[in-house]
Design a protein around this ligand. Structure first.
Ligand SMILES: Cc1cc2nc3c(=O)[nH]c(=O)nc-3n(C[C@H](O)[C@H](O)[C@H](O)COP(=O)(O)OP(=O)(O)OC[C@H]3O[C@@H](n4cnc5c(N)ncnc54)[C@H](O)[C@@H]3O)c2cc1C
Length: 472
């Protein structure tokens, strides 16, 4: 029987996982199209000045049943298992993350610690009378941790990552933080109840050759099942016929090329896909899809003349006097990823379109990062011997207070195309990790192979995605 043709747009983990699980069913001829010369998207690794580097700290971990098993089956001993070591830099000290009360007490001193306990107590009392759902990220966190902890840790960190936390949807907090009830949280903070695997990973997997070996293995899996992954294919438009997608228009080395399809699975940014499907025909849809907000990602890599700098794989920095929100040391994942006598520290942070930070020159960004590294005592200025700045636009979905209505309008409309599905972080406009991308791909493949229609799968996938959590 002839296989149905499925074209997948984008070869990040979102697109590749969909391609892999679809090809594995044996029912579909899968072609993945990627505009860059390399695959992997934000989960790729690259080589620079003697090091294999990732796009910031990436661990492979999942609490979704079966996802880690799939990765282990696919990659076997290409994956190493590492104990997780990450902390938060607070008031000049490194404290456990997720937060623990005992640890906070020694870092902050008795007076600040009492304030935190008092603030938390007030929220517990208020909670007895207030049963309304929180209306923003700010309200969500204050109710769970109290205002002093919010102002000390969550507000500045969220401001750095997404900007203006008071104007963020509470969903942003639900995805990013354990949804424990008040008493459970107190017990955990006091150390009387352990964090669970759902809230804090004690270990994780990492591909020995760099995180990019994970998308690489997915691509090999696609090829092993008769599919193809094509790079250098810039997808420019779609041929629509009677409401269905019939073909994908692309440019390959500047020359036009079309790919016919029975189904299309897109991991491209939703605004880009929306434009390809509807053009300017629907003003309300256009307003909604272009109104979905994103933040740009900035990565500053700093070469240091020392074999290792940190004791953790990565450290979060809420305070406002340093530009970065996280530092990551690549060699903590695998010392073989660089030479013995040097190391690379990766600082990551985000910026809004048009902001002063986004317009800052690369040289100034490096200078700000190095100054932060020196100020926090991680590195001495004369140890720095090189740098690299990478900017990845529009990678952080930012859930503003109206995002749910906008998303509903967008997906209601796109779901009318009966052979179209979307997947991945930007494709679903969902703040998620690569294990969630793998789960989406697996779900799409299983449902499609079982004969479900694309619009039904889309709706079921949205419900599934709404339950995803980022596990620290
Ligand atoms: C700092 C940081 C830390 C992270 N930490 C973790 C972690 O610890 N663990 C984890 O699992 N995840 C982590 N993530 C999240 C992870 O990176 C994402 O979930 C994942 O990369 C999303 O994959 P994707 O395929 O949806 O998107 P992308 O990786 O963005 O892939 C989309 C692909 O589409 C291609 N494309 C775009 N336009 C076109 C076009 N017109 N034609 C053809 N191709 C096109 C792009 O080139 C790209 O390759 C982290 C992310 C960041 C930024």
């Amino acid at each position: 029987m002839e296989k149905e043709k499925i074209v997948v747009l984008g070869a990040g983990v979102g697109g590749l996982a969909a391609g892999y699980f679809l090809a594995r069913t044996g029912k579909y001829a899968v072609t993945v199209l990627e505009k860059e010369a390399v695959i992997g998207g934000l989960c790729a690794s690259f080589e620079h000045d003697g090091f294999v580097l990732d796009y910031g700290a990436h661990k492979l971990y999942s609490v979704i049943p079966g996802v880690l098993d799939e990765a282990l089956d696919l990659m076997g001993d290409r994956l190493i298992r590492l104990p997780k070591k990450n902390r938060l830099y607070l008031e000049g000290k490194l404290v456990d993350y997720p937060l623990k009360l005992g640890n906070l007490a020694s870092a902050l001193g008795p007076w600040r610690f009492l304030q935190i306990g008092f603030g938390y107590g007030i929220e517990l009392l208020k909670g007895i009378f207030n049963h309304q759902a929180p209306r923003s990220y700010e309200e969500y966190i204050i109710r769970r941790f109290g205002r002093p902890t919010y102002e000390l840790v969550f507000e500045p960190l969220a401001d750095k990552v997404w900007g203006q936390p008071a104007s963020l949807h509470p969903e942003m907090a639900r995805t990013r933080l354990p949804a424990s009830g008040g008493m459970e949280l107190v017990l955990k903070l006091l150390g009387l109840k352990k964090e669970t695997a759902d809230t804090n990973a004690e270990f994780f997997y990492y591909p020995q050759a760099g995180f990019g070996d994970w998308p690489q293995a997915l691509a090999e899996g696609i090829q092993a099942h008769g599919g193809q992954v094509l790079t250098g294919v810039d997808v420019r438009g779609l041929q629509m016929d009677a409401g269905r997608v019939r073909a994908v228009h692309s440019a390959v080395n500047g020359k036009a090329q079309d790919f016919d399809c029975d189904y299309l699975v897109s991991s491209l940014p939703l605004p880009l896909l929306g434009r390809m499907v509807f053009g300017d025909s629907d003003a309300e849809f256009n307003r909604a899809v272009t109104g979905l907000q994103f933040r740009h990602l900035v990565l500053v890599y700093v070469w240091v003349k020392r074999s290792l700098v940190m004791q953790d794989q990565w450290v979060f920095f809420p305070q406002r006097n340093v530009v970065f929100s996280r530092l990551f040391e690549q060699k903590q994942m695998n010392p073989q990823l660089g030479p013995a006598d040097r190391t690379v520290i990766t600082a990551d942070f985000t910026a809004a379109e048009g902001s002063a930070l986004w317009q800052t020159s690369d040289a100034d960004l490096v200078q700000q990062v190095v100054s932060g590294l020196v100020k926090t005592g991680f590195v001495q200025a004369d140890e720095v011997e090189g740098s690299l700045v990478i900017r990845k636009p529009n990678f952080y979905p930012r859930y503003d207070l109206e995002y749910a209505e906008k998303m509903k309008l967008v997906s209601d409309k796109l779901r009318q195309v009966p052979n179209l599905l979307t997947t991945g972080r930007i494709g679903m406009y969902n703040y998620n990790n690569s294990d969630h991308c793998a789960d989406m791909g697996r779900f799409i493949a299983e449902q499609l192979a079982a004969g479900e229609t694309a619009p039904d799968i889309w709706q079921a996938l949205e419900r599934r995605v709404a339950e995803y959590k980022i596990v620290d």
